[in-house]
Design a protein around this ligand. Structure first.
Ligand code: CDP
Length: 755
């Protein structure tokens, strides 16, 4: 096996004047140097993105962000390849740099995407949804208007294992096997088949056990393309493994969004209309969801758990000299930003109204008897009980007692705060009518084969990255067929051995592939019932079912197990019945599932330093029917820790020259068990009305709803000082500034001239 290393650009915006790799080529052990020109000869210098934009694989014209991939060296080992990278002589002509949307639209801003025909500015999309006139009328009638501006900073998903790829092209069989850290192997295979004009059966994508995905492993990265191209050219396996800094500076950024919102309110505190605007920083290439194609992906869900009769939302995306941003880091693209913003806006509005934030929420919730509820931006919410979750959270945290304690603590100079976040979000894309990825409709699949002895293999189209599908999906089969979970092998991640599926992200596995698993299990059970009737010599109508066993309704002692039916499917089937016990199901959900939660967090701030500690953390989640409560709790814990990290300590930004600041784990902090707050978890269950077993997704709930609860708690502790906002991360320095002299501590990146 050979090894590839990437040479990355030290500059953020620069024209490529020349690239000379002759010294690298002379290093013993070097087999190939791929440049942008070489990739262009193979029609691979650019690749399509999810948003129908293009992204450079290797630089041909100019560099558009620091860390961009410039060349790829293939050698006997990674050390030789790395040393050889340093011997590549590149001459750049530096260009003015843009690091935020304000600079991107400023007069005289340099054009970043001059490669795109017809692109005259740095805007990658503009978009709106809702009823502008109706919203204007609501605001004209309002007794009060509450406003908030904030910035949701860049964040990086930080999977412990970075991205990697082995391209393995065998010239003798013309088969290309790609071992890839991907959350969506089937889509990758289709994309490769289309780009390389190879039939699917000549391409096998294997996504092995992954050390976390978190959305970071959805996109296609240049290192993948280079490893595959190198293998095809050389005819030997070529491996590329990203290092941590490479991951932090160039792959899969999330968020980076400037948000503005206004609520129109009556004197009683009822929301009668809402306006929102978002400016997104998409980096050098637009690779997150195209809003016109993927409505879940852009902010539509901002109304959250609230009954808002009318609203209008505008958004604009910008090219900047930063790595492509906006991946779905443990969320469905921009849902995290939307719901963070809404929960911050709601708390702010409650303060403006002089109301208790929980009472304000209660007044404005979508109530259980209002489902199905169509939001003003078009989603159909189908279930939930937000007040029930709020009640549990308030009782568990001792809400009213805490408010008293907070009051008396203030009198003695201590700063206590309580933050709430109540939200619901749509997860589980499709349906196929509305959602696609590069034209492929969104659904998912499962294939179930029961062997003669009653042991089974379940193959799914989704791909686990540590969420435990091997356990929970086996449980679904067990629940539907009575075959014990230990007798079920769950396979995923290998396109040669699993049915076509859209992969795992945005908490879609259980809503889609999980539903397909239930449906295929029911098909198996239906056939097994015919076999049972045959074995028991009665008609099918006389057969009843209890878990794992069919019996004669009028004589319950006469029965056969599911395992006996499985054996009969191969040894003793009735005349005319096709032998075997296997089937598949493709599930196209009629709607998203709507998990919801209330998170309530109590904090204490040290007024001398601005350091804050979490005193209590109560999480009440509703993910419908829980397949495996322990795994659900694990998902809640993990997501909440990520929310804590984003709100408290993770800071990655860019200086005015486009240098990425915080691109290592000494600066971009990952909380350990020591920092992680203790969590108290509770549940509400409102089953999804359309999912076959009533489940809703849970994977991303805390990462989506958690950050607002932490920030709301910090603001709540110092709200009496007039503080309305601290942008994440709420670093102790920022909190200290808020206590002492600023009402709004913005985390905007620096503007030109600022150091
Ligand atoms: O798509 P992803 O697997 O990341 O998210 P998910 O579908 O929300 O599931 C995360 C894990 O929690 C999986 O192992 C699920 O099967 C499990 N889960 C569960 O046990 N009960 C639910 N109602 C939802 C998810």
């Amino acid at each position: 096996m050979l090894h590839g290393e990437l040479l990355r650009s030290p500059l953020a915006h620069a024209r490529l004047i020349s690239l000379d790799y002759s010294r690298a080529w002379m290093v013993p052990g070097v087999h190939l140097v791929i440049t942008g020109d070489f990739a262009a000869q193979h029609n691979l210098a650019w690749m399509p993105t999810l948003s129908y934009d293009t992204q450079a694989v290797l630089v041909t014209d100019k560099v558009r962000f620091q860390g961009q991939e410039v060349a790829f060296v293939v050698a006997d080992d990674p050390y030789i390849a790395k040393d050889a990278c340093e011997l590549i002589d590149v001459e750049y002509e530096p260009l003015p740099v843009i690091v935020n949307p304000m600079q991107a639209v400023a007069p005289g801003a340099p054009l970043i995407r001059d490669d795109k025909e017809g692109q005259k500015d740095n805007i990658c999309y503009t978009w709106n949804v809702g009823d502008k006139e109706g919203t204007d009328r609501a605001f004209a009638k309002a007794d009060k208007i509450s406003k908030l501006d904030l910035f949701y900073p860049r964040s990086n998903p930080c999977p412990i294992e970075c991205c990697g790829c082995i391209g393995d092209y065998k010239p003798e069989t013309e088969k290309l096997t790609i071992y890839l850290t991907t959350q969506a192997p089937h889509i990758i295979r289709t994309a490769v088949a289309i780009v390389a004009e190879l039939p699917e059966h000549k391409i096998r994508v294997i996504s092995p056990d992954l050390g976390g995905g978190f959305g970071n492993k959805v996109p296609v990265y240049p290192g993948y393309v280079c490893a595959v191209l190198a293998s095809v050219v050389i005819g030997r396996p070529v491996k590329w493994i990203e290092d941590n800094t490479g991951n932090l500076i160039s792959t899969g950024f999330a968020r980076d969004m400037y948000l503005h919102g206004e609520l129109a309110l009556t004197n009683e505190g009822k929301i009668i209309g809402a306006r929102y605007h978002a400016d997104t920083d998409n980096g050098g290439f637009f690779s997150d969801a195209q809003p016109t194609k993927f409505k879940i992906g852009l902010y539509h869900s901002v109304t959250g758990a609230y009954d808002i009769p009318v609203g209008y939302l505008t958004a604009q995306g910008h090219y900047t000299n930063k790595a492509p941003g906006g991946v779905a880091y443990r969320c469905s693209f921009r849902i995290t930003e939307a719901l963070f913003f809404q929960e911050r806006l709601i708390q702010n509005a409650a303060y403006d109204m002089g109301m208790d934030p929980t009472e304000f929420r209660r007044l404005n919730f979508v109530k259980p008897d209002m489902f199905p509820y169509r939001t003003c931006f078009g989603f159909l919410m189908d279930s939930g009980d937000y007040e029930a979750a709020l009640d549990i959270a308030m009782e568990q945290i001792g809400y009213h007692a805490f408010l008293k304690e907070k009051e008396s603590a203030r009198n003695s100079g201590r700063l206590l705060g309580l933050g709430t976040s109540c939200f619901t979000e749509p997860v589980g894309a499709g349906n196929s009518r509305e959602y696609d990825i590069i034209g492929i409709k969104m659904f998912d699949s499962a294939e179930l084969r029961v062997h003669p002895t009653g042991k089974a293999v379940l193959k799914i189209g989704s791909k686990t990255q540590g969420q435990g599908h091997e356990t929970t999906f086996a449980q679904i089969v067990a629940h539907e067929t009575g075959i014990p979970a230990r007798d079920i092998l769950v396979q995923h991640g290998d396109t040669d051995n699993t049915p076509f599926g859209m992969g795992t992200y945005a908490s879609r596995s259980t809503p889609t592939a999980g539903a397909a698993t239930a449906m295929v299990s029911r098909k198996i059970r239906a056939k097994a019932k015919k076999l049972a009737a045959h074995l028991l010599e009665v008609s099918e109508e006389d057969i009843e079912w209890e878990l794992g066993r069919f019996y004669v309704g009028s004589a319950p002692d006469r029965g056969v197990s599911i395992q006996q039916c499985a054996m009969a499917a191969y040894t003793n089937m009735p005349d005319g019945m096709e032998p075997g016990l296997e089937n598949n199901a493709y599930y196209d959900p009629p709607n998203m599932t709507w998990p919801s939660a209330t998170y309530m967090i109590a904090v204490e701030i040290d007024p001398e330093t601005g350091v804050w500690d979490v005193l209590r953390l109560v999480a009440v989640d509703d993910c419908g029917v829980r397949i495996n409560p322990m795994i659900v709790e694990g998902q809640i814990h993990g997501g909440m820790i990520e929310a804590y990290a984003m709100s408290n300590m993770q800071f990655i930004t860019y200086d005015k020259d486009g240098n990425c600041i915080g691109a290592n784990y000494m600066d971009y902090l990952l909380p350990t068990a020591w920092e992680a707050p203790h969590m108290e978890t509770f549940e509400v269950v409102t089953p999804s009305p359309h999912h076959p077993i009533g489940c809703k997704g849970i994977g991303e709930s805390c990462a989506v709803g958690g950050p607002a609860a932490f920030v709301n708690a910090v603001i709540d502790a110092i709200e009496h000082l007039g503080v309305r906002n601290i942008d994440m991360p709420c670093l102790s320095g920022r909190v200290w500034e808020a206590i002492h002299y600023r009402k709004d501590v913005s985390g905007y990146p620096p503007l030109p001239g600022q150091d």
